[in-house]
Design a protein around this ligand. Structure first.
Ligand code: TNX
Length: 541
């Protein structure tokens, strides 16, 4: 009997020792997640075992990476329910830890990172906190989808071992949200920021004014927000951000390494300002009853110059213009840009400049040139839609290509660089197909494959990679009313557009990408993200 007892003790002991020594092997799910990161990393090699996040796991961060460390623990704590104490790295043992480490490795650049997972430890290393942040986004994607739950889950928090080395192809990887046609709350904009940061985007362009609404408080011209912001497409209540609220959005974005690029669209798309201050009114014209974009000159002025216009809640474009003959208008522009610049830590101010169909061409060019001077005088760099290529622009100006190859080429000839937003590929307000409940289709129907399958550097003759700063996907909101609408139009196209900005064309293929994309749907479900279930994507049943 005693012998049997000793035998059992020995056996159990051996088993315990054995299971301590044999590292857990990675499950097929963990390996699939490791292989499904979006945007696709420069290289990713898994080694078959797993690291487990447990109630013993700690997070250790370089002193300059404590903010990213905080972001990481806040991401991991809700679903795991673990303490995950965060400490500054000293020389303590780091076995069982997730380590965020600032290193010096030129090949990673300002935004690259290396993620090394062993059975003992997870290490994210980068030259800059931005790189660590992107490494954290990758780490998030290689954990089980349940990590995105907001309440404690019983799950094995397993990460496949291996190494991911990664850095982006383009420096501008953005999206634009039109908060003018329909207004979106601060909470919605913050969620938008969170959604784009999942896929390592680093620019959020906010379209803050249009014919239908003015969405940012300007203290020197208060009616812009209070009157110009008081409605929206369809006649709803509209709204605007106070400067304090706006600063909150900027700070929220900054903590996610996202630069806010604010846009005040001028000299067209300006009715909300003309309704607020009559002296700015250079005339508005009868808009066509049908047809979305009519760039032909319109002649019949229906609203007297220098008188306030009516607020506008329709969806036509290209019918309003600032009064460019009066000096007062430039005082207005200067005041707006001054206040906006003070709220903008980023280098860019977007001046719109699109579809100024009722502005005389000579006046338009003079205006763009003066605008550039005003933007510069407030220490910022001008960006505008591709029509601004007609102005006297140079390498200090950035041009956002949306519809005209000719203006894109002209911009490049003048030494400017382009942000690529070709409407036929990346306009997120375009319908997926003719059955899509939301959206427009003047540029194209854009299925998921269409928005993925193209290369910014070969799209336009005479526009090469060195002429391009990056890519941006705009979401115009004529038909977009709720956060749910937003999600349905940006998912699942936005992750693919983010990948165009991050991953080299040589490393991308639709056939391979669509399989990775399908693997993200369970995460979106957990996060409550509504998405279009395109039949092009092999979603799991
Ligand atoms: C064109 S893109 C516009 C916007 C509209 C959009 C709708 C651009 C510079 N102008 O004013 O909202 O089409 O898709």
């Amino acid at each position: 009997m005693k012998k049997l007892y000793y035998f059992i003790v020995l056996l159990t002991g051996a088993f315990v020792i054995q299971s301590c020594n044999t590292p857990p092997s990675a499950s097929p799910e963990a390996i699939a997640a490791f292989e499904s990161v979006i945007p696709k990393p420069v290289s990713a090699t898994h080694t078959g075992n797993a690291f487990l996040i447990t109630d013993k796991t700690t997070v250790i961060a370089d002193p300059s990476a404590m903010e990213v460390g905080n972001y990481l623990v806040n991401l991991l704590r809700p679903a795991t329910g673990f303490n995950l104490p965060l400490s500054e790295s000293k020389d303590e043992a780091s076995s069982g830890a997730i380590v965020l480490s600032i290193i010096d490795n030129k090949s990673l650049g300002d935004e690259g990172y290396e993620l090394a997972v062993t059975t003992e430890q997870v290490t994210i290393s980068a030259n800059k906190p931005a790189g660590l942040f992107y490494g954290v986004q990758t780490l998030r994607q290689i954990l089980p989808a349940a990590i995105e739950q907001s309440a404690v889950q019983t799950a094995t928090w397993e990460i496949a071992t291996g190494t991911i080395t990664d850095h982006p192809e383009y420096t501008w990887r953005g999206s634009m949200l039109d908060v003018a046609r329909h207004f979106f709350s601060v909470a919605d904009v913050k969620r938008y920021i969170d959604l784009i940061s999942l896929y390592k985007m680093n620019v959020l362009h906010l379209h803050l004014s249009d014919d239908q609404g003015w969405r940012i408080e300007i203290k020197s011209w208060p009616n812009l927000a209070t009157h110009g912001g008081s409605t929206q497409v369809g006649g709803g209540a509209g709204g605007y951000y106070t400067q304090e609220q706006y600063a909150g959005i900027v700070a929220y974005a900054q903590a996610r390494f996202i630069t806010i690029v604010p846009e005040i669209d001028m000299p067209g798309h300006i009715n909300s300002a003309l309704a607020s201050y009559g002296e700015l009114n250079g005339g508005i014209t009868i808009v066509p009853a049908e047809g979305r974009i009519d760039l032909s000159p319109k002649t019949s002025v229906i609203d007297g110059k220098s008188k306030p216009t009516q607020l506008y809640t329709g969806t036509e474009v290209g019918f309003s213009t600032l009064q460019l003959k009066k000096e007062a208008t430039f005082k207005f522009v200067d005041d707006v840009i001054r206040e906006l610049s003070a709220l903008t830590p980023g280098p860019y101010i977007h001046i719109g400049g699109d579809e100024a169909s009722v502005t005389k061409k000579e006046e338009y060019i003079v205006f763009i040139n003066r605008f550039n001077e005003i933007v510069k005088s407030h220490g910022k760099r001008m960006i505008g839609w591709d029509e601004i290529a007609q102005g006297t622009i140079d390498s200090t100006v950035t041009v956002q290509l949306w519809h005209s190859e000719e203006f894109g080429q002209l911009a490049v000839e003048k030494g400017s660089r382009l942000v690529m937003s070709p409407a036929k590929k990346v306009y997120l307000d375009m319908q997926y197909d003719s059955a899509t409940r939301l959206g427009l289709h003047w540029a194209a129907y854009i299925e998921v494959a269409d928005s993925y399958n193209w290369d910014p550097a070969t799209l336009i003759d005479g526009v090469a990679k060195e002429n391009i700063v990056g890519i941006e996907a705009p979401l115009w909101s004529e038909t977009i009313v709720t956060m749910d609408d937003i999600e349905y139009m940006i998912f699942p196209r936005l992750p693919g557009i983010a990948e165009i900005g991050w991953t080299t064309t040589a490393n991308r293929s639709w056939e391979e990408y669509k399989v990775r994309l399908a693997k993200h749907a369970p995460r979106w479900k957990v996060m409550g993200i509504d998405y279009y279930p395109s039949t092009q994507v092999p979603w799991a049943k």
